[in-house]
Design a protein around this ligand. Structure first.
Ligand SMILES: NC(=O)c1ccc[n+]([C@@H]2O[C@H](COP(=O)([O-])OP(=O)(O)OC[C@H]3O[C@@H](n4cnc5c(N)ncnc54)[C@H](O)[C@@H]3O)[C@@H](O)[C@H]2O)c1
Ligand SMILES: [Zn+2]
Length: 363
């Protein structure tokens, strides 16, 4: 088991990662007068018994349980409302504990449910996807509005994260690609050596449990370090958005669920590197290596062919990160050295053309 300590102004907490991490639940659930689990329904079906057993072993059988729709469809105002009703009916008080059991979507909903109920009660993240190594750390919680992803939410740090990597065995290939894209992002923005290491050698098809655990831990360390320095995205936390401006646009154009988040972000990172070549003097060699890596690991990069630049640009301008109609990108002049830059529409268009050219799809 690996433990990473996250230190924020709101609170300090441990992220426990490894097979069997759910078994530590007793350490954190002891003081709660009531425990309420909010679970992704698929995860509930696949792995619910493990959490129930861990709770039983910790002497907690009085657990309320709410299954929410699998994945993104749970992040709605309607389901948020249902969580509040559920917590009330379960008899929760200020001293109760919410447990989020699922991927990033369920974690975002359950975290926001805990942030809002009685103006904030404790919650524990039990992430079950690779991507959730990112989303379960850092305290961003929230839901979608019909016209905007993650538009309503709160900062609310978990009391702990129990990341049982044994649950990752049932993940489908596209979810492995999705989560690993964020793991690659964490190295790209922080370490040239580890970036090289990942891009050169990593093949998801032959990645064993030990290697996966290592990449997850490395990713969490980067995220924890950044969040510790900038909890509310005033400065360095923005770097975590590397690849996300264009990536979110592709994800939105595909209709949420058409492509996974990380698959879209991988395309977005290639785009951001091409923009970095244009605006920040980045060397093309890194872009080429990332492209080869993404192709080797089956990322659906050519899906951009289905959307025009104008369509993607409209989405980019709607992004929360656009301010006063200007687009700001995280660029990488070199691996490990992110910086923020404003980009004009003409540069964005050129980078989009170049991306399509390199992918061999028409503009
Ligand atoms: N709060 C943050 O800081 C932050 C950061 C990044 C992403 N996010 C959010 O995270 C969400 C994406 O999270 P995600 O990629 O984990 O996807 P997800 O939660 O939508 O889950 C993806 C799919 O995997 C299934 N699943 C989950 N665990 C499984 C398992 N162990 N075995 C088999 N199937 C399993 C789910 O049922 C779902 O169908 C987005 O809503 C995004 O906005 C939040
Ligand atoms: Zn992301």
């Amino acid at each position: 088991m690996e433990t990473i300590r996250v230190a924020t102004k709101e609170r300090d907490y441990d992220v426990n990662v490894g097979p069997g991490a759910l078994g530590l639940i007793g350490r954190y659930a002891g003081g709660a007068d009531r425990i309420a689990v909010i679970a992704d329904e698929r995860v509930s079906r696949l792995h619910g018994d493990r959490l129930k057993q861990a709770l039983r072993e910790a002497g907690r059988t009085d657990v309320a349980w709410l299954d929410v729709p699998a994945g993104e469809p749970c992040k709605t105002v309607e389901w948020f409302g249902r969580t509040q009703q559920f917590l009330l009916e379960a008899g929760c008080t200020r001293k109760s504990l919410v447990i989020a059991f699922g991927g990033g979507a369920c974690g975002d909903l359950a975290g926001f449910a805990a942030a809002a109920f009685m103006r904030g009660i404790d919650f524990i993240q039990c992430p079950t996807t690779i991507l959730a190594h990112d989303s379960s750390v850092g305290g961003k919680t929230g839901i979608n509005l019909p016209d905007g992803k993650n538009m309503t939410g709160a900062f609310h740090q978990p009391a702990a994260v129990l990341y049982d990597t044994a649950l990752l065995e049932t993940l489908p290939a596209e979810e492995i690609r999705s989560g690993m894209a964020e793991a690659v992002k964490h190295q790209l923005i922080s370490s040239p050596e580890r970036t090289e290491d990942m891009l050169a050698g990593l093949d998801y098809g032959s990645m064993d449990e030990q290697a996966l655990l290592r990449y997850i831990v490395l990713g969490i360390q980067v995220k924890a370090d950044i969040v510790g320095r900038d909890e509310r995205e005033g400065s360095v936390r923005k770097f975590l958005n590397f690849g996300h401006t264009y990536g979110h646009a592709v994800e939105a154009a595909a209709g949420y669920g058409g492509l996974t988040h990380g698959e879209s972000v991988m395309t977005g990172m290639l785009y951001a590197l091409i923009l970095s070549e244009r605006l920040a003097g980045a060397d093309r060699a890194l872009t080429d290596r990332l492209q080869q890596f993404a192709e080797r690991n089956g990322y659906p990069l050519r899906a951009v062919a289905d959307y025009s630049f104008d369509e993607l640009y409209r989405y980019m301008k709607k992004d929360k990160k656009a301010s006063f109609g200007e687009l700001h990108f995280v660029l990488l002049p070199e691996a490990g050295r992110p910086e923020m830059r404003k980009a004009e529409e003409a540069d964005c268009r050129k980078a989009d053309e170049e991306l399509r050219k390199r992918l061999g799809v028409a503009s």
